[in-house]
Ligand binder design. Structure first.
Ligand code: NAD
Length: 348
């Protein structure tokens, strides 16, 4: 039997979830706003539960070690958020570069009294450098959009080499050159600081863990160009938000586009007053296709585990689960702790 939570609250507390789990529960689909740690996994395990899936690709709200301890499989929803999230990062980059929100507010306030050469002058992206920190699925998709769409040069920092992305930029640069245009270039930075110093637009796309908590702090903000644009569609705590507010105050031409915040749903004091900040309420994955895909993958993770299906072998190839015209494969699309739990892998 499926049970859908009809609570009016937006964010459920641990106590709320414990009472919803009750005495018998095979599995749960939850949200990134919930704290899935020792308490909830032990409650789920006591109720006979074997599976939990976040309806998100990131799972920094889940203590995977605690899930392992209670033998609970943890699912996430990779792949279906990539382009949608990258498109929001690109939207925030453009909105910040061309001061769209400030200009819109100005217009609505009835302040426009005629064209002026200096009205809302922003940055031309073409030929500038886009910096990507965390060039995984979303970071690479964003990089491609900015390189291909606006002919920006790329500098990226990641723990791993983004080979496909490098190949794409090389080929696109050759294509431009063959057409008599200035070719685009790429560089893999040896440190994050190199990206901060060189890029004009910087977008953050790493996972949130101990290594990326407060990755952007006072010192690192000071390394960035005075007129740089910073975009965050990863997780709020990747930026030290108090330091960011101070930096925005001191540098009026420095602009940010933020989808995520350190203490969601709240913003740090002063941020809402900053004209050089664009803020949206964690909507990076909010396209109809993506949200349906996330719900489908999360449900199939839990259902697949309950039915005893194996784990899908390639989490970057989840399309077969999304085709509404055919039955999904008899597998769990993405279980992040499958190795720790020794779960069998699908041969499909
Ligand atoms: N705002 C939103 O609604 C939204 C939507 C989707 C994803 N996200 C966030 O974006 C993150 C990335 O998603 P993805 O699908 O691209 O994941 P991914 O695993 O494909 O990419 C993450 C990349 O970050 C890199 N990385 C890890 N630690 C790093 C470090 N210390 N420095 C630099 N790079 C580091 C990894 O090597 C990897 O390439 C998710 O974990 C999630 O938190 C947010």
């Amino acid at each position: 039997m499926f049970q859908i939570c009809t609570q009016k609250k937006t964010i459920l507390s641990v106590e709320d979830i414990i009472s919803l789990i009750g005495n018998k529960c095979d599995g749960v689909i939850g949200q990134l706003t919930e704290d899935w740690g020792e308490t909830l996994f032990s409650a789920l395990s006591r109720a006979g539960g074997k599976a939990f899936s976040n309806m998100a690709v990131g799972y920094n709200n889940v203590d995977v070690n605690a899930a392992n301890k209670y033998g609970v499989a943890v699912g996430n929803t990779p792949g279906v958020l990539t382009e949608t999230t990258a498109e929001l990062a690109a939207s925030l980059s453009l909105s910040a570069a061309r001061r769209i929100v400030e200009a819109d507010n100005f217009m609505r306030a009835g302040l426009y009294d005629g064209w002026l050469p200096h009205l809302f002058v922003g940055n031309l992206l073409k030929g500038q450098t886009v910096g990507v920190i965390g060039a995984g699925r979303i970071g690479s998709a964003y990089a491609r959009m900015m390189v291909e769409g606006f002919k920006m040069n790329l500098i990226y920092y990641d723990l791993y080499q983004a080979t496909r992305l490098e190949k794409f930029v090389t080929a696109y640069g050759q294509f431009l050159k063959a057409n008599g245009e200035q070719p685009v270039t790429w560089k893999r930075a040896s440190s994050m600081e190199e990206v901060l110093r060189e890029a004009d637009v910087i977008s953050l796309h790493p996972i949130l863990d101990k290594t990326t908590y407060h990755l952007i702090n006072k010192e690192r903000l000071a390394m960035m160009k005075k007129e740089a644009i910073l975009v965050n569609c990863s997780r709020g705590p990747v930026i030290h938000e108090v330091a960011l507010v101070e930096h925005l105050k001191a540098n009026p031409m420095f602009r940010v586009g933020l989808d995520v915040f350190e203490d969601e749903p709240y913003m740090k004091p002063g941020l809402a007053d900053m004209k050089n900040a664009i803020v949206v309420p964690h909507i990076a994955s909010a396209s109809k296709w993506t949200r349906e895909g996330m719900a489908t993958l999360a449900a199939l993770n839990v259902l697949g585990k309950i039915k005893g299906y194996p784990v899908w072998s390639d989490t970057n190839r989840v399309e077969p689960f999304l085709d509404e015209k055919s039955r999904p494969p008899a597998a769990c699309p993405s279980i992040v702790n499958s190795k720790s739990l020794g779960l069998p892998v699908s041969k499909l």
